[in-house]
Design a protein around this ligand. Sequence first.
Ligand code: B12
Ligand code: SF4
Length: 525
Amino acid sequence: MENKVLYVRLPCNPIFPIGVVYLSDHVHKLFPEVEQKIFDLGAVPPLDYGTALDNCIDKFKPNLLVFSWRDIQIYAPVGGRGGNPLQNAFEFYYAKNPLIKLRGAVGGLRLAVSYYTELWRNVGLIKQALKKAKMYRPETRAVVGGGAVSVFYEQLGRSLPTGTIVSVGEGEVLLEKLIQGEDFKDQRCYVVGETSPRDRLIHEAPAPIEKTACDYDYINSIWPEFVYYLQDQDFYIGVQTKRGCPHNCCYCVYTVIEGKQVRINPADEVVAEMKQLYKRGIRNFWFTDAQFIPARKYIDDAVELLQKILDAGMDDIHWAAYIRADNLTPQLCELMAKTGMNYFEIGITSGSQELVRKMRMGYNLRVVLENCRDLKAAGFNDLVSVNYSFNVIDETYETIRQTIAYHRELERIFGADKVEPAIFFIGLQPHTHLEDYAFEKDILKPGYDPMSLMPWTARKLLWNPEPLGAFFGEVCLEAWQRNPNDFGREVMAILEEKLGCAELNEALSAPITSKKDKKQLVRVN
Ligand code: B12
Ligand code: SF4
């Protein structure tokens, strides 16, 4: 019997399901005879998930179920699906007022319930779909992948049905092999109940495939609900321009999952893909790369792409991306402004060069400032989100003062209303340098469950260790109390009131003082 592939994007906030779109496009280009369908639970009301999925399987009768699971970790300084997770956790851990502590406990409990409910619900949907599909085609297989699965592949396998294939990273080649009925053991995956994840599976390099423009006419034919995402004029549709990141930031696992080898999608193909969306009325694009300009050697590729976007006549678009602002030139800045970049996120994590070095981020903060000045001079006048994560490694009152000095300088460059400090606390992820550090410092023991939301584990995973943990806890609580709608700026203001602000030059210099520092630097290089 012929192969029929059903892509199920598991429930998610309304983010364009670019992962399943690219996978189905890839499969179609290789096997045009294979019938495919995309079913996006992100566009279905929660009460209808089960019935809608059953109906879809009844009609389509697939023999390969491809489940895409995007996100699991919910710690963010913003309202999440079950409330504001960071606020609840901090109220519970740090509030002195017993009523606020109680509110945090109740909120935290609500959150934990919603977190575990979501996990169980997604696993339940996978089981339900597999059972249903097997009624029509007993040979049906389920394969799960996506961002969340790539991070938590070892843990998620425990609750999935026997025989489910759990995939890490890009899924194109694995799907090719499954469709051809070939052996797929060499792929970055394992089969629940049959094989265990290989040691260092996550560190294996992804397959070097060259991406071509996604064929959106075809996508529309297998996913009629696609138009749902075209209706909202403010919506940013994902377009990937490259894969991989050569950096080593201590808390990031994506440099491993996507690999350190940067693979550029040809600019003509990216533009051809954007043009199809443009013709359908899309004017907002999110370049979903881990980093849009991962290193200086990719500046020319970014220039080529942006120039080709202009040449294609798409001069009324907006775009956003994660930008390593240490890799800009005046020419690139000009193109960025001209092509309509109206939002970007810089993840410098700290404004102290010394800490940036210790966290292995590879940023030169002085260069970032110079480039930001170029960007402003080129006419960029929109919003910049600067991601800070306090208290990652060796934070002191002095390094906090330096971060404030750095942030104030960014405000002088772009305007205080244009620079949004996004205060994140790192959610510890497996297979990162930070996890090794936590083992070394005895903060976590090998074998801990990185997905646990039990208060005693979550307290360690939501990275805010003592001696400064309680201090940051109190600062954040005060910020939520004073101005919950402008949390990041309020945190900066309170920190400055309490600690003052360093000289900018202190923030930008990172003296190597000890042997230990030197050793660390060698390891970074
Ligand atoms: C760009 C991005 C964003 C942008 C998205 C913009 C947009 N309009 O698309 C923004 C900034 C908005 C964002 C926000 C968030 N993000 Co984000 N984001 C990313 C990033 C960098 C790229 C995602 C992407 O689109 N990649 C390109 C597409 C093509 O790849 P893909 O979807 O992963 O699909 C490929 C593979 O995963 C695989 N695959 C996918 N599905 C399947 C299924 C099967 C069966 C198989 C075999 C393979 C497979 O094949 C696909 C093609 O190669 C990733 C990290 C990363 N480098 O991937 C984090 C990431 C997805 N984000 C993450 C998170 C947590 C969030 C937030 C929830 C953060 C927060 N706490 O607020 C928010 C909220 C998102 C929401 N749902 O509301 C996590 C999710 C995992 C987790 N820890 O739970 C990631 C993985 C980062 C991380 N390391 O933790 N994000
Ligand atoms: S630059 Fe970004 S994607 Fe690359 S390793 Fe650092 S945090 Fe990860």
